[in-house]
Design a protein around this ligand. Sequence first.
Ligand SMILES: *Cc1c(COP(=O)(O)O)cnc(C)c1O
Length: 422
Amino acid sequence: MERESLCLYAGYSPKNGEPQTLPIYQSTTFKYTSTEEVTRLFDLKEAGFFYSRLGNPTVDAVEQKIAALEGGVGALCTSSGQAANAFAILNVASAGDHVVSSSTIYGGTFNLFAVTLKKMGIEVTFVDPDASDEEIQKAFRPNTKALFGETIANPRIAVLDIERFAAIAHRNGVPLIVDNTFATPILCRPFEFGADIVVHSTTKYMDGHALQMGGVIVDSGNFDWAASGRFPDFTEPDESYHGIVYTQAFGKAAYIVKARVQLMRDLGACQSANGAFLINQGLETLPLRIREHSRNADAVAHWLEKHPKVEFVRYPTLEGDPYHAAAQKYLPEGCSGVISFSLKGGREAGARFIDSLKMASLLVHVADIRTCVLHPASSTHRQLSDEQLIAAGITPGMVRLSVGLENLNDIIADLKQALEQA
Ligand SMILES: *Cc1c(COP(=O)(O)O)cnc(C)c1O
């Protein structure tokens, strides 16, 4: 099936007389008749549901749907995008290890990498994603376990050269982990360009309606953990599972099974059945929404670019945008609804503009059906120093605009009157 159909059918196929729509299995636990069956489940000799932290039928259906959309071998839903990114790294790196990451990433992920992982003994080196191969190569060490980047970097709207990043990662024997939140698998499937692991904040376009927090990790099944030689946790016995060896027992799904049975078991940031139901509701219409978001944003970006009060606009479909060529390769169907732009007059003008909007909402969110705006320097990226802000591609007067599904004329009318006030 193509992606539009997968959005409707993947992960759940009702049999005769069963509900047409995905049921909410609102149960923490699942009943068995013999201890032997439960033992087999606990030994990972058999797949089945026994406790909703580790697996739930509603959540499982959504995991299968997202895995199918990305073209992966398996997925793991988490309670938020932050949890997905934390698990994605912790599944390959532990104290004493090192990770290389693009510097232009979501502020929350930047904090996770620069502060919290550091406290846990995992060091992250940030690199300019547009630096030369040689320069990025310099960041790698013998204990490096992953390379990380975002398809469309939030909030700079920089498009990652996934193929180049994958080649660099693989040359060093580590997986490329890509946060594909803004693009969604409808606009870009990073596995097709060599990424090994994809993560999402499902809180954004997948849900799309500002209803439910969530994250997901998807495993391409393509990374050869044994051949790399850098991942003993995958190739040597796990004593917490009676000496199971993940690469031997689960083959191509080693990474995603390990994330579930070690990290979800021990850290517990699981998605709920009700939450998964809401995400599924969003996924069903994702192709329609993301294309319409992209069309509206393209028109808004072109309109903003011509406005005398606007200093610059970042949106990859603009001719002069530094990521125009990258977008044509990686995002041929559109670049999502997220635009960033800066007003002449900096911080003050930016604030006045936002305060003057009548329809668009000021909120800490993005990728929603309703147009919303945010001032990164005073909110999501507030913890960053000025140098870190610049490294993340943010100016003090930058506004992040998430273009919704309202009529284009209404969106532009609102921006127009607010710009007049700015
Ligand atoms: C929002 C976001 C996250 C974090 O996700 P939450 O669901 O808010 O925890 C991670 N990466 C990107 C690109 C995001 O936009």
